[in-house]
Design a protein around this ligand. Structure first.
Ligand code: GLC
Length: 440
C-alpha cells in the first residue's frame, strides 16, 4: 500500500474511533453495540496507544469499574441509560453479591486480552510512567487471573467456559455444535421445524440493524438466550454452575489467549518487582501443558474440548490457529499451523483469514463467526507468526488484512471470498487494529 493510501486508511480509522468515543470508553459500534465490551476495549486500546497513551489508559481503566469483588471482569458494562432497561433486566448482574454497586454488567467474561493491552500501552511509556501504569493495573489483573483459576479451572489446567459469549466467537461451529448436543430442549426442536422461528426477529435487536443472513440464525439465538437464562437463575455462581455442569467447554481460543496473558502478567509483575504468587505460577504452567490435550493427531488440528461429553469438538474453526498466539507450542507444530493457513481447503482465501475453513459445511461468507474474516483474529495470528519467526507470513497477512479494510471500510467482518463487508459499519476494533497494523 503506498503512502497516500495508508494515510487515507489511517484517517478513516481515526474517524471511526472518534465517532464511537463516549468519553471514557469507546463502544464497538454506535447502534448495534452501545455499551463497553471487555475484549473490544483491549483491542481498541492497542490502537489508541499510537494516538494518545493517556486516552488508551483511560479506556482500560474504564473496564475496572465493572470488575466484580471476586475478580471477574464482565464481558459487558452496560450504558446505564433507561432506554437499555431491557438488556439490564435480561442480565440482572445485581443478583450476584460480587457484582459492583451501581454498575450494571453482564455475568460472564470474555477472552482475557487485558494483560496484553496493558503491556502494549506500557511499551509507549517512559519507564517511570510505565511503573505507575503497571502498578495501577497489576492488582486488578492479578485478581482476574486468580478468579479464572479459582472459579473456572479444570483438572486439565485449562479454563472452562459456560456460555458461547465468553469465547467471543459466539456462533463459531464448535460452539453451535456443543450447544445443540447439550443445551437444546425439546421445544427448540419444535421451534426449529415450525415456521415460528422467524417470529424471534421481533425481539432481536441485532437483526433490526443488519440482514439476518449476517447474524446467528434465530433458533441458535434462542438457545443462547435460554442458556443465559439458566446461568442467571444460578446467579452466575461458578460453584453452582459447576455442580450441575450442563455445558462446560475448554475453549481453544480463550485458553490460547489466556496463556499469552499469563506470560504478559509475568512481565508486568517482574517490571514492578512483585513476584507472582507461587500457586499462580504453578497453575500457569499447567495451563500451558494442558493445551496439548486439545491437539488431535489424526486430523492435525487443535480443537476445543467438551467437558460434559469428555471429548474434543472436532469442528474446524479459526481457533485452531490461535496456539500460534499462545506461543507455547513447538516450532514444528507452529510450522504445521502455518501450512494449514496456506492450504485453499483450509484457511487460505482471497482475503484473510476465514473464521471457518472454506471447505467446511458451516462455511457461509457473511455469517458472523461461520466464515467471515475478522481483523482481531488476524492481529492475533500476525503477532504469533512474528514470535515464531515466520516474518514473511506475518508481513503478508498484515498487508492483505490492510488491503481488505482499505477496500471495504472499517466493518465488523468481511467475506473472505471478495472482501464484501458485513456486520456493523464503523466497527471500533477493526479501526483500532488497522491503526496498529499501519504503525507496525
Ligand atoms: C459480538 C462478538 C464479540 C464482540 C461483541 C462486541 O458479540 O461476537 O466478540 O465482543 O460483538 O463487538
Amino acid at each position: 500500500m503506498d503512502e497516500e493510501a495508508s494515510k487515507d486508511l489511517f484517517d478513516q480509522a481515526l474517524k471511526v474511533l472518534h465517532g464511537n468515543d463516549r468519553g471514557k470508553y469507546i463502544v464497538p459500534a454506535g447502534d448495534l453495540y452501545p455499551h463497553q465490551w471487555l475484549w473490544d476495549s483491549c483491542f481498541i486500546a492497542i490502537g489508541l496507544r499510537h494516538l494518545d497513551s493517556d486516552r488508551a489508559q483511560t479506556e482500560l481503566k474504564s473496564l475496572l469499574r465493572g470488575q466484580w469483588a471476586n475478580g471477574m471482569l464482565p464481558h459487558i458494562i452496560f450504558n446505564p441509560h433507561p432506554r437499555h432497561r431491557r438488556e439490564h433486566r435480561l442480565w440482572q448482574s445485581w443478583l450476584n453479591p460480587h457484582a459492583p454497586n451501581g454498575v450494571i454488567t453482564s455475568g460472564l467474561t470474555q477472552p482475557p486480552m487485558l494483560a496484553e493491552a496493558v503491556v502494549r500501552i506500557g511499551q509507549k511509556l517512559k519507564p517511570s510512567e510505565r511503573r505507575t501504569w503497571y502498578g495501577h493495573m497489576y492488582p486488578h489483573l492479578l485478581a482476574y487471573h486468580q478468579w479464572l483459576y479459582q472459579d473456572r479451572s479444570l483438572n486439565s489446567g485449562l479454563i472452562g467456559l459456560v456460555h458461547p459469549y465468553e469465547s467471543g466467537l459466539d456462533n463459531s461451529p464448535p460452539w453451535v455444535t456443543v450447544v445443540r448436543q447439550r443445551a437444546w430442549p425439546w421445544w427448540l426442536r419444535v421451534l426449529e421445524f415450525s415456521k415460528l422461528a422467524s417470529l424471534v426477529n421481533v425481539v432481536r435487536r441485532d437483526t433490526r440493524h443488519l440482514p439476518p443472513g449476517q447474524r446467528m440464525n434465530n433458533v441458535e439465538a434462542v438457545a443462547y438466550w435460554n442458556l443465559l437464562r439458566k446461568l442467571r437463575a444460578q446467579t452466575y455462581d461458578s460453584q453452582a454452575i459447576f455442580k450441575k455442569p450442563k455445558l462446560i467447554v475448554e475453549d481453544l481460543a480463550f485458553n490460547s489467549i489466556f496463556i499469552r496473558a499469563n506470560q504478559r502478567l509475568g512481565e508486568i509483575a517482574k517490571f514492578i518487582g512483585k513476584p507472582l504468587p507461587a500457586d499462580l505460577v504453578e497453575n500457569m504452567q499447567q495451563t500451558e501443558a494442558g493445551l496439548e490435550q486439545l491437539w488431535d493427531e489424526a486430523s492435525g488440528q487443535y480443537y476445543s474440548y467438551s467437558f460434559g461429553d469428555g471429548g474434543l469438538i472436532r469442528e474446524p474453526s479459526i481457533a485452531t490457529l490461535l496456539p500460534l498466539y499462545a506461543g507455547c507450542i513447538s516450532k514444528e507444530r507452529a510450522a504445521h499451523l502455518v501450512s494449514l493457513m496456506k492450504k485453499r481447503s483450509q484457511f487460505r482465501a482471497n482475503y484473510p483469514v476465514p473464521s471457518v475453513p472454506i471447505g467446511s459445511e458451516f462455511f457461509d461468507p457473511h455469517r458472523y463467526w461461520q466464515g467471515p474474516a475478522w481483523v482481531n483474529m488476524n492481529w492475533l495470528i500476525i503477532d504469533g507468526l512474528k514470535r515464531y519467526g515466520f516474518i514473511d507470513e506475518a508481513q503478508d497477512l498484515r498487508d492483505r488484512t490492510l488491503k481488505m479494510v482499505a477496500k471495504s471500510g472499517c466493518y465488523e467482518y468481511f467475506s473472505p471470498l471478495d472482501a464484501t463487508p458485513a456486520g456493523a459499519a464503523n466497527f471500533s476494533w477493526t479501526a483500532a487494529l488497522t491503526i496498529d497494523l499501519l504503525k507496525n
